[in-house]
Design a protein around this ligand. Sequence first.
Ligand code: GDP
Length: 361
Amino acid sequence: MSDSDTRDRSDTLRTPIVAVLGHVDHGKTSLLDKIRGSAVSEGEAGAITQHIGATAVPLDTISGIAGSLVDPDDFDLPGLLFIDTPGHHSFSTLRSRGGALADIAVLVVDVNDGFQPQTEEAIDILKRTGTPFIVAANKIDTTPGWNPQEGEPIQVTYEAQSDRARSRLDENLYEIIGELSDSGFSADLYWRVQDFQANIGVVPVSALTGEGVPDLLTVLMGLSQRYMKDEMAIDVEGPGAGTVLEVKEEKGFGTTLDVVMYDGTIREGDEIVVGGMQDPIVTEVRALLQPKPLAEIRTEKQFERVDAVAAAAGVKIAAPDLEDAMAGAPVRVIRNRTRETVIADVESELAQIEVETEEEG
Ligand code: GDP
């Protein structure tokens, strides 16, 4: 890093990036929908922001959903950015500078079904990428005799259950804890975990009734704040860095990239380097696009243009020559560096992804 880089740095804490993984039908989509829905019903317009490929939930909204569990004064991270569930095969290619793109993950496990093949695969990926995670033991409302407590924290909901329902749920939860242990992870119900670096916290939830969702958000926020604060300190004004989620044709824009930005800022007109199937692509940002607010989505235009996007955020990039771009590839703004340095960076990152993919195969 040059002197001018260090001198001008004014670090800001960015939003941690959260991925939701798990076996098909265990409730990934429902859980994300519930979090979005709870955030919307919290009231404040604009409380959550729908990004391309991601949803941003600010701290105030989290504290509104979590009630007494979260005191916003205890936190200085701005909230959480949930990546729309990418399917875990693509998750394994979602890297950022050698680490995982997601700072933290939620592994969703159906409390009745327990571990299934894709749960195991997700665990392997989380292990390999060293991504910290918690387990959402989902569908607790399907426990026979369950007395649902819409949107309540798990302690409240537990107290409202019969002994019989509670012990049935406990049996299922301990089965999941056992399966985690078989996979090499020491785990326990989250309120019994003292050290989340040594133990995986299991959070009982229902994506249907929202029970336990306050706890899930609280644990995610707490873990990020406690263990990731240093990594979240970025120079927001610095040249943007991100990872391609998807390459998509878009009417009127040609080939576009859906990207999650994890560092710096990207602006319209910026020169960028993108990982391609053959060589890195050097091009210029023609437009940065975000989804239109829900109320306006029925108009003919799906997207609205923005001048700049700061990490962490999802954004669609329109630019010439993107046909050869790949999902999982790095995106870098060149800004005040030489083109060659940035191309070399992108090449070495791509080489690393290839090595890992071969090891997997
Ligand atoms: P995904 O494949 O992991 O994204 O799973 P979905 O979110 O599509 O959920 C699969 C099915 O399980 C759907 O029919 C959901 O309505 C149902 N489901 C998800 N979460 C819950 C839950 O907490 N309780 C109940 N009763 N059903 C759920």
